[in-house]
Structures are given as structure tokens and as C-alpha cells.
Design a protein around this ligand. Structure first.
Ligand code: 2AM
Ligand code: CA
Ligand code: CA
Ligand code: CA
Length: 269
């Protein structure tokens, strides 16, 4: 079957717009917040509510598609055969709870293992990052330019301070050296937003030591469209089904950064 990706993207945009309104409305009420793997790993009733809403819309409209989500959807999925939606109902739940700002809905559509659509909505900023494979990436309808090469001394890197603390314990210094040699680092608390920021040039790179497909699937489609190189720390293409380390960077810079992170394979939370 030949899918009409433009039509599917436009349908998804309507659902995501609705979901974004649900999230904005929820900020007026008190939220039930729980922890998952550790005390810093938060989940709210809205994470479940938004994922269920998107899951139900997708399966109602496209009964032969599959859905993989962070909270509940598709926990048994082991293959990217057919059409697979990969969704993160709230990326940046800690921001959602603590800052009520800088959180996103991230939706990707993948067919037979190839990313076709990527949508990231920065909910409170009303910023829509969208991409269809081969058709370019857009920010609020404006086409994003292809990126050019850059070097570490001119680079602003998205990086969570957690990983520097982790390196300190390990005795290694290469990440610290990388930060010192860079122009600056930033940490926004949402992997999807940070990847979108690399796509539109606000960041030159984003690095994370442990992410899941719903954190980066939409970003991958977008970054490919503007010429950003996105791999794990061994320069492999990140998986749509398994956790991965993520190094997204402009050409030239990507190889320079690999040198500083490639020996951090064992790093986790
Ligand atoms: P989340 O908000 O959807 O959980 C925080 O720096 C970024 O890392 C967010 O994009 C967050 O996604 C992601 N992340 C992935 N695994 C995480 C974990 N175990 N705890 C906290 N954040 C996690
Ligand atoms: Ca989470
Ligand atoms: Ca996430
Ligand atoms: Ca999430």
C-alpha cells in the first residue's frame, strides 16, 4: 500500500493540536504525579491521558497501523514492519510538572523501519516542528535551511549536566574537556525540543546517554531533512525499537564530538 504521508501528517496535526489544548487546560488544575524507575522519573495522569487519546485516534482511523508509546502503547511490539507510530505524549514531564513550560508532544510515523513523518509540538510556545521524509523540515510552516559544517569552538551543545556528574564519578575527563572546548552548553529538559532546536539551528548539537525511541524518533526524521548527522556513540543509526545513545550534530562537529563521547558506552542513569 502507498500511504499519502501529507494527508496522514495533516490528520496527525489535528490530533496533536487537540492534545496540546488538553495539556494547556490541565495546567489550571492540580495534577496527580507519580514516580517510575527512580524518584526523578515522573509521570502524571496527563501522560497516560494524552497517550490514550492519540492511540485511540490513530487505531480508529488506521486500524492496520501500530502504535508504540512511552507509557502503555505497544509494549509488545518487536518489529518495525508495516506502519508504526512512535509517540511521546509529554516529552519533558519534569518541566510539565515543575515549570509548566518547555514540554513537547513528539510523534513519528515509520514504515518498514524507515522514518516518514516527524512532528514535535512545543506546547506552551506554540512551535510546530514538522517533517516528511524527502520533503524538508519546517518550523511553523517556514522551511528550515540545510545545515553547514562547524567546529567545536563555535558550537553550542545541548547536554544534561547529569552526564557530567556521572563522568566525575568515573574519573574520566573527556566530556569535561569537550564542554570546556565548546562555545557553550544548554539544557532544556526535553530531548524532543532539543533535537528540534538542532534542526532549526538554535543548537549545533544535542547529546544524550540514554534515550528511548519515543524521545528521538520524530527528531530523527527532521534532522535527516536538514543534514544533521544523528547516530549512537559508535556511529550507528539509532534504533526505532531499542534504547540508544544519541549524538546529533552538524557535519564536521559530529566526528569531533564522537571522539569525546565514544568511550562512554557504559554510561547510564
Ligand atoms: P520524558 O520527559 O518523556 O521522560 C530529560 O532530560 C529528557 O530525557 C526528557 O526528554 C525525558 O523524557 C528524557 N528521559 C528519558 N529517560 C528518562 C528517565 N529515566 N528519567 C528522566 N528523563 C528521561
Ligand atoms: Ca517519562
Ligand atoms: Ca521522552
Ligand atoms: Ca514522556
Amino acid at each position: 500500500m502507498n500511504e499519502n504521508w501529507v494527508e496522514i501528517k495533516n490528520t496527525a496535526l489535528k490530533w496533536i493540536e487537540e492534545a496540546g489544548e488538553m495539556l494547556k487546560d490541565s495546567l489550571h488544575n492540580s495534577l496527580s504525579v507519580n514516580t517510575k524507575s527512580n524518584p526523578n522519573d515522573l509521570v502524571t495522569e496527563m501522560d497516560y491521558k494524552i497517550e490514550r487519546y492519540l492511540n485511540d485516534q490513530i487505531l480508529h482511523t488506521f486500524p492496520d497501523h501500530n502504535v508504540l508509546g512511552e507509557e502503555e502503547a505497544g509494549a509488545d511490539i518487536q518489529s518495525t514492519e508495516g506502519v508504526l507510530w512512535i509517540i511521546d505524549p509529554i516529552d519533558g514531564t519534569t518541566n510539565f510538572v515543575h515549570q509548566k513550560f518547555n514540554f513537547a508532544i513528539s510523534v513519528a510515523v515509520v514504515k518498514d523501519g524507515v522514518g516518514q513523518i516527524g512532528i514535535i509540538l512545543n506546547v506552551m510556545q506554540d512551535e510546530w516542528f514538522t517533517a516528511i521524509a524527502g520533503e524538508g523540515a519546517y518550523l511553523n510552516g517556514q522551511k528550515l535551511a540545510s545545515v553547514t559544517e562547524t567546529d567545536l569552538p563555535e558550537a553550542v551543545i545541548g547536554l544534561n549536566g547529569r552526564w557530567l556528574a556521572r563522568e566525575k564519578r568515573s574519573g574520566d575527563q573527556s566530556l569535561h574537556t569537550m564542554v570546556r572546548k565548546s562555545r557553550s552548553v544548554r539544557s532544556y529538559g526535553s530531548a524532543a525540543i532539543e533535537l528540534a532546536y538542532v534542526a532549526c539551528g538554535r543548537l549545533d548539537s544535542y547529546i544524550s546517554f540514554r534515550l528511548s525511541p519515543w524521545d528521538y524518533a520524530a527528531g530523527l526524521v527532521m534532522l535527516d531533512e536538514v543534514g544533521i548527522i544523528t547516530t549512537d556513540f559508535q556511529k550507528r543509526k539509532p534504533s526505532f525499537l531499542e534504547k540508544s545513545k544519541i549524538l546529533a550534530a552538524r557535519p564536521g562537529l559530529h566526528d569531533q564530538l564522537l571522539h569525546y563521547v565514544h568511550n562512554h558506552e557504559g554510561f547510564d542513569y
